[in-house]
Design a protein around this ligand. Structure first.
Ligand code: BDR
Ligand code: CA
Length: 308
């Protein structure tokens, strides 16, 4: 199996991602680290521990990470993820606590102790990852790829142009993009498209198996659109983990990507250069050399729904 480490802000769809990572036989979930985002970091830790317990994976190490972005204040998304960050489903409190080590230390250990290069999957603001790369830059030698949920080629969600995870900590996202390892950007353009039909969600909710039931309840909490009448729900962050297990399900383009750090309406935007000849900036007197990133441009929705 592929060694995987998830950095998340659980989060309804982060929970869907964890459930999938635990169950997919081709993935070996080695550690989970928590960061402030959808809710405060202590809530993220609690939710993450609960989900792993429900999924029958109480042995996966979990650590608490950054409680705020590098520069910005915390701006949690309770309107999307409920007051507990997990859809207010009334889930039980976890029976164990997080590791005594902090997230950066656990990330370093999980990456460097892996016999094979790790795929790092951030599904949250990138604060922990930036701190890791700056504190322990040697980790890159055992990171095979970073597949992150974040950014958008076209339309944002936190702002007209910025996606939440990048917008919440733009400086951290800029550090990630220049990590010098292969990166896949699973952005909003594909993220919003993978929706599980209501009939499948109802089937999961009726399951005798607690992990499957939780997945169904979480999906029902993620209506595909405000107008959706049935239980259909988006996979969200879980799609990024599908892209690790089955990379053929997405179509990517290797494109220059840069994060806008300027104050104002573009802050947190991922500027993706889709011009046929990206070198054109130089012709116009610019000398920018943004990182090349495999940007997900299309997704086989049925394939990922089936896979999930
Ligand atoms: C991202 O923001 C969070 O609300 C979701 O969990 C996802 O990671 C989408 O913009
Ligand atoms: Ca998330």
């Amino acid at each position: 199996p592929i060694p995987v480490v998830i950095d998340c802000d659980t989060g309804v769809d982060d929970a869907l991602a964890l459930l999938f990572a635990v169950r997919h036989p081709g993935l070996d979930l080695r550690a989970v680290t928590c960061v402030a985002g959808n809710t405060d970091v202590d809530g993220v830790v609690r939710n993450t521990l609960t989900v792993l317990e429900q999924a029958g994976a109480p042995q996966v190490p979990v650590a608490r990470g950054a409680e705020r972005p590098l520069i910005e204040p915390v701006r949690v998304a309770r309107h999307v993820h409920g007051s507990d960050g997990m859809g207010d489903l009334g889930l039980p409190a976890p029976t164990r606590r997080a590791a005594d080590t902090d997230a950066v230390t656990l990330l370093r250990h999980a990456i460097l102790s892996s016999p094979r290069p790790v795929t790092l999957v951030p599904t949250a603001p990138l604060t922990n990852i930036a701190l890791l790369l700056r504190t322990h830059p040697e980790v890159v030698r055992n990171i095979g790829r970073i597949v992150f949920m974040g950014g958008a080629v076209t339309t944002g969600n936190a702002t007209p142009v910025a996606e939440f995870n990048v917008w919440h900590d733009p400086e951290a996202a800029a550090v990630l993009l220049t990590a010098g390892v292969p990166i896949t950007m699973y952005g909003l353009d594909v993220f919003t498209r993978v929706v599980v039909p209501g009939a499948d969600v109802r089937r999961l909710r009726a399951s005798a198996e607690p992990g499957a039931r939780l997945a169904g309840d979480l999906l029902a909490h993620r209506p595909a659109s405000p107008a959706a009448e049935d239980d259909a729900g988006g996979l969200g962050d879980a799609g990024a983990v599908c892209a690790v297990a089955d990379p053929q399900g997405i179509t990517t383009g290797l494109l220059p990507v840069e994060v806008s750090l300027a104050p104002g309406p573009t802050r947190g935007q991922t500027v993706v250069d889709r011009r046929p000849r990206p070198g054109e900036s130089e012709i116009h007197g610019e000398s920018r050399t943004p990182a090349l990133v495999d940007v997900a441009l299309d997704v086989d929705v049925d394939r990922y729904v089936k896979l999930y």
